[in-house]
Design a protein around this ligand. Structure first.
Ligand code: NAD
Length: 503
């Protein structure tokens, strides 16, 4: 039977996309659209409106008016908390539909959409979590340092109009980790989803409006980086850009932000290591966790996937044999089939890129253990690449250094703990890392030595209340938790004399 996504469109309630500006759903200027092709079949799934520079200007102006009106930015805590909790409930009630829309967007299997870190449940929890900060974060009252008696106070105020730019791979949690703290802090938002994951995000926006968000508070401009994203990041009236995506676009955003000194938060790519010692509690579990993160669900298209396995020589061949077994069990195909656990690559450009890296790995002398090719036969119309494991990889080679963003694991042997730490840190990135060992002291020693934003010991989990982000070129700032909320505020100091004496 030929794989087709078309019957799922109606069942999932997919409609062609519109922009959301100042409380209205509108077509893009001149009716411009971008056609989304499904990554598993190549079929045309729907039309995404392409916001022109003047559409973006209208969205930013609406967000600015809404911010200045104070309806949301100065709303009391109770009002904001209620809207965010109501939205969290609506997300949970609509989880099945959202998962189906995501499968039509990016072909992430519905089976994987229920894994916590990428689930609708995690997004809902992120909204509940950030709603919880609203009535708890304030400033300080400080004693005078010199001069007459006066009050010195600090306040946290919303930063203003936020541009939130999303990638395509994890639309639920990443929407939440930007929009929840921004709204909780009282900001207004212009959101740009990825052109490759628009439909699931638009449904979340509808639900947020249903939850009672005032008009103009959240505006949505859809379309590709050029023209839509470029106008947003260069717009003079944006106060902060919160971006998740590739390092290259992250650098462009830093450059563009300089003109008006916008605040910037960046969640970028990674080349995260899994460090497996000879005393790992279970080498098979270490291999399953590592290979699973690189091949299942998003097929390695995950920022934090541990795409480098640094394995002690004592358990090296055992790890590779177990890894091969896990790779052989990965299933592909219809994302609506609950037995399917992995996805195709998002588009033809990414397919070519990943196949190019595989050729590079072979040319650089790594040992291809399994995979290494595009899937054919019934999968030929999609962008499927077989789970690929390279062993005996030199850590300085291209496949060990660059973010491939596909189902490719590089296994590098080591002999000593300090060597493992050195190899793990020998990368321009610093997003995540895992350590597998039964020795608690070694686990903490190594965790402390690793230059990465999140280190998992004998496992890895992302939760919405934990700070998440990167060292080095993996980003700027953190999402999740109190620091993330505070990053959507400005601190203001107010001084007031308590008598006639000057301060
Ligand atoms: P991408 O950088 O190509 O696109 C991300 C977003 O930026 C999209 O909405 C895109 O339309 C937009 N964009 C592109 N060019 C732009 C420009 N010039 N101006 C403004 N916006 C522009 O990334 P992607 O392919 O969607 O996602 C994959 C990347 O995201 C990987 O590098 C991955 O590691 C990273 N990522 C990081 C995290 C994290 O939390 N650190 C999470 C998920 C993905």
């Amino acid at each position: 039977m030929t794989l087709t996504m078309l019957p799922h469109r109606q069942a999932a309630g997919l409609r062609s996309g519109k922009l959301h500006i100042d409380g209205e759903w509108v077509a893009a200027e001149g009716g411009a659209t971008w056609t989304h092709h499904h990554p598993a079949t190549g079929e045309e799934i729907g039309e995404v409106a392409v916001a022109s520079p003047s559409d973006v200007d209208a969205a930013v102006a609406a967000a600015r008016r809404a911010f200045e009106s104070g309806e949301w930015s100065r709303a009391n805590a109770q009002t904001r908390i209620a809207v965010l909790h109501r939205f969290a409930d609506l997300l949970r009630e609509n989880a099945d539909q959202l998962r189906a829309l995501q499968a039509l967007d990016n072909s992430v299997p519905v089976s994987f959409g229920s894994i916590y870190a990428v689930s609708v449940a995690a997004a809902a929890d992120a909204f509940d979590h950030h709603a919880g900060w609203i009535d708890k974060i304030g400033g300080q009252t400080l004693p005078p340092y010199q001069g007459g008696d006066h009050l010195a106070m600090s306040f946290r105020e919303p930063i203003g109009v936020v541009a939130a730019i999303l990638p395509w791979n994890v639309p639920f949690l990443l929407f939440a980790q930007k929009v929840a703290p921004a709204l909780a802090a009282g900001c207004t938002v212009v959101l740009k989803p990825s052109e490759y994951a628009t439909f699931s995000v638009l449904r979340m926006v509808e639900l947020l409006i249903e939850a009672g968000l005032p008009k103009g508070t959240l505006n949505v401009v859809t379309g590709p980086g050029d023209p839509t994203g470029e106008r947003l990041i260069t717009h003079p009236d944006i106060d902060k850009i919160s971006f998740t995506g590739s390092r290259e676009v992250g650098k462009r955003i830093v450059e563009a932000s300089a003109a008006t000194l916008k605040r910037v938060s960046l969640e970028l790519g990674g080349k995260s290591p899994a460090v497996v010692f000879g005393d790992a509690p279970d080498v098979g579990v270490a291999a399953a966790t590592t290979v699973g993160a690189v091949t299942m669900g998003l097929s390695g298209q995950a920022c934090v996937a541990n795409t480098r396995a640094l394995v002690h020589r004592d358990v090296y061949e055992e790890f590779i044999a177990a890894a091969q077994g896990v790779a052989a069990a990965v299933t592909y195909g219809d994302p609506f089939d609950p037995s399917v656990i992995s996805a195709p690559l998002i588009n033809g450009r990414q397919l070519d890129r990943v196949l190019g890296y595989i050729e590079k790995g072979k040319a650089e002398g790594a040992r291809l253990v399994t995979g290494g090719e595009r899937l054919s036969g019934e999968y030929a119309a999609g962008n499927f690449v077989a789970p690929t494991i390279f062993a005996d990889v030199d850590n300085s080679s291209t496949i060990a250094q660059e973010e491939i963003f596909g189902p490719v694991l590089s296994v590098v042997p080591f002999s000593q703990e300090d060597e493992a730490i050195r190899l793990a840190n020998d990368t321009e990135y610093g997003l995540g890392a895992s350590v597998f060992t039964s020795d608690a002291q070694r686990a903490f020693r190594v965790a402390r030595g690793l230059r990465a934003g999140t280190v998992g010991i004998n496992g890895f989990q992302i939760e919405p209340h934990l700070p998440f982000g990167g060292f080095k070129q993996s980003g700027l700032g953190r999402e999740g938790g109190r620091t993330a909320f505070e990053a959507y505020t400005e601190l203001k100091t107010v001084l007031m004399p308590l008598g006639d004496e000057l301060m």
